[in-house]
Design a protein around this ligand. Structure first.
Ligand SMILES: *Cc1c(COP(=O)(O)O)cnc(C)c1O
Length: 283
């Protein structure tokens, strides 16, 4: 039986229900994180929870928990569920209150829920690469907040699924922003390009790890926006996220990227990522 985290308690899955007037349910009024566990260790958990506290603060949500509190909470969640390889989802909403757009006054207690899922790394896709499609970015202008409001992302991902692709790379008037649930990169003449981390993209922790790997390996990383045409004409393309890691893209809108094979720099970044898994986990 899965144990679900609800406000500091671990409850059986069938008893894990939330209120009809939780603001997360009514308005998507909350934020979340998704953290990877490799061999029983939380990967870059500190970075994830620092981002979670930032997301909360950007929407005026006061969480009573510190980064260390949150780390011990999800560690316990993983242990109780015997998940040593998999992921942890955790979210916080502004709480339960009669439906009214403005914040409750006085504030109510946030509702924190989470669950742990066991799964293996996507080795086949990491090795062979995946297909993506491109689509217009219709999301709001605070994509830097990991918000529960994901309708734009949901519609983009559904579009990708309909066209047998694993991800939709979004663009605003031809400028690539990011995937529905991943960051996007183009490599041209040995340089890795990715949209600057402003209000138009989510600042991925995996993106940060990739920047560290580039520093280690003397690969030039540019926080620089590029067009859909540049993406399609790139030497190599990949996406990144906590679950997808460094995921090669070999087809965009049905056309091969370069010769359709996974490129050398993408492979180098994947190797570098393995080293970070070994060295950067929080036990
Ligand atoms: C979570 C997320 C990412 C990836 O972030 P990671 O911290 O690397 O998992 C990228 N884009 C969006 C829209 C996301 O929600």
């Amino acid at each position: 039986m899965n144990k679900i985290l609800i406000n500091g308690k671990f409850v059986d899955e069938h008893e894990a229900t939330v209120a009809y007037n939780d603001r997360g349910y009514n308005f998507g009024d909350g934020i979340y994180e998704y953290i990877r566990i490799y061999d029983g260790k939380l990967f870059t958990a500190r970075e994830h929870f620092e981002r979670m506290l930032r997301s909360a603060s950007e929407i005026g949500l006061d969480l009573n928990d510190s980064v260390d509190d949150l780390i011990s909470l999800v560690r316990e969640l993983a242990e109780i569920n015997h998940v040593s390889n998999g992921g942890i989802y955790i979210q916080a909403t502004r709480g339960i209150s009669p439906r009214n757009h403005a914040f409750p006054t006085p504030p109510v207690e946030p509702v924190i829920t989470g669950f742990a899922t066991a799964y293996q790394r996507p080795f086949k896709e990491l090795n062979e690469g995946v297909s993506v499609v491109t689509t217009e970015d219709i999301r709001w202008l605070r994509c830097d907040i990991k918000s529960l409001n994901l309708l734009g992302n949901v519609l983009a991902k559904e579009y990708a699924t309909k066209y047998n692709a694993v991800e939709a790379i979004q663009h605003r008037e031809g400028i690539v922003t990011e995937g529905a649930s991943s960051n996007a990169y183009a490599i041209k003449d040995g340089i890795v390009y990715s949209h600057p981390t402003n209000h138009l993209i989510l600042n991925g922790i995996t993106r940060q790890v990739i920047k560290w790997i580039c520093e280690d390996e003397n690969i030039i990383f540019k926080d620089e926006a590029f067009t859909v045409d540049f993406l399609k004409d790139a030497d190599e393309v990949f996406i990144s996220s906590t679950s997808a890691e460094v995921m090669p893209v070999v087809k965009i809108d049905g056309e091969d990227v370069n010769d359709g094979n996974v490129g050398a720099i993408t492979r180098q970044l994947q190797k570098g990522f393995e080293r970070y898994i070994d060295s950067h986990s929080v036990s």
